[in-house]
Design a protein around this ligand. Structure first.
Ligand code: PRP
Length: 222
């Protein structure tokens, strides 16, 4: 691949469409036939950008190891991975919260009533750090999905999970107990690419910034 091209890792799933729409507004367009394909590597129409489509939690890994020059993933994923990457831009979409949640009847319950709080989560590092700082001993129960099930069937006392609309919690009789942090999509850049491809990376950041500024100026109540 010529050196003036950039490879960008995109989170498959809930962020993919928003990310590609932002790139299109920034003038980096992927043709419909590419978007409709099941290919895991797709290209912009001008051939300057390759996008690799990966699991959200893997984006920081691809970028840290330099097989992707840049990537887009949620702040939640970055906090959990602690990858050594540049994070130059908040892309403002994909807003969600990382929260402690539990059954409605435990809201307001003192943690001291539980010797060790069992916390089911996909965010083991975020959960451990949060409760450690509060001085609450926990046992982390690692799960990779459907985390809301855990308190319902007695696997855990609490969960730490992503909350976007709140619908999954509500429909399973759970509620937010504490919000740990907020998250939005971020542009991340490999540290070496940031220097070795500074012209291309700078141009990418400038195009995305311009699209974000345009969005901000054309949104009512922003
Ligand atoms: C995430 C998260 C919650 C849900 C929250 O799961 O873990 O389960 O979305 O969204 P809501 O607040 O809009 O209801 P995801 O859809 O990624 O699936 P998963 O259960 O496989 O992790």
């Amino acid at each position: 691949m010529p050196n003036n091209q950039l490879t960008i890792a995109l989170s498959k799933g809930r962020m993919q469409d928003d990310a590609l729409a932002l790139f299109a507004r920034a003038g980096i367009v992927v043709e419909e036939s590419e978007l409709k394909s099941r290919k895991l590597i797709i290209h912009s129409a001008d051939g300057r950008y390759s996008f690799i489509l990966v699991k959200p939690g893997d984006v920081p890994t691809y970028v840290e190891y330099g097989v992707a020059d840049a990537g887009i993933c949620g702040r939640d994923v970055l906090l959990e991975s602690e990858a050594d990457v540049h994070e130059p831009l908040d892309l403002k979409f994909g807003h969600c919260r990382i929260a402690v949640a539990g059954k409605r009847e435990v809201i307001g319950q003192d943690y001291n009533l539980l010797a060790t709080v069992r916390v089911a989560t996909k965010y083991q590092r975020i959960a451990s750090t949060y409760f450690q700082e509060k001085g609450v001993p926990i046992e982390v129960i690692p799960l990779s999905g459907s985390v809301e099930l855990a308190p319902l069937i007695g696997l855990s006392d609490r969960i730490v999970d992503l909350v976007e609309t709140g619908r999954t919690l509500k429909e399973n009789g759970l509620d937010v107990i504490e919000v740990i942090t907020e998250s939005t999509a971020r542009l991340v850049v490999n540290r070496a690419s940031f220097h070795l491809k500074r012209v291309e990376v700078g141009e990418l950041i400038a195009k995305l910034t311009e699209a974000l500024n345009y969005d901000r100026n054309h949104q009512t109540g922003y």
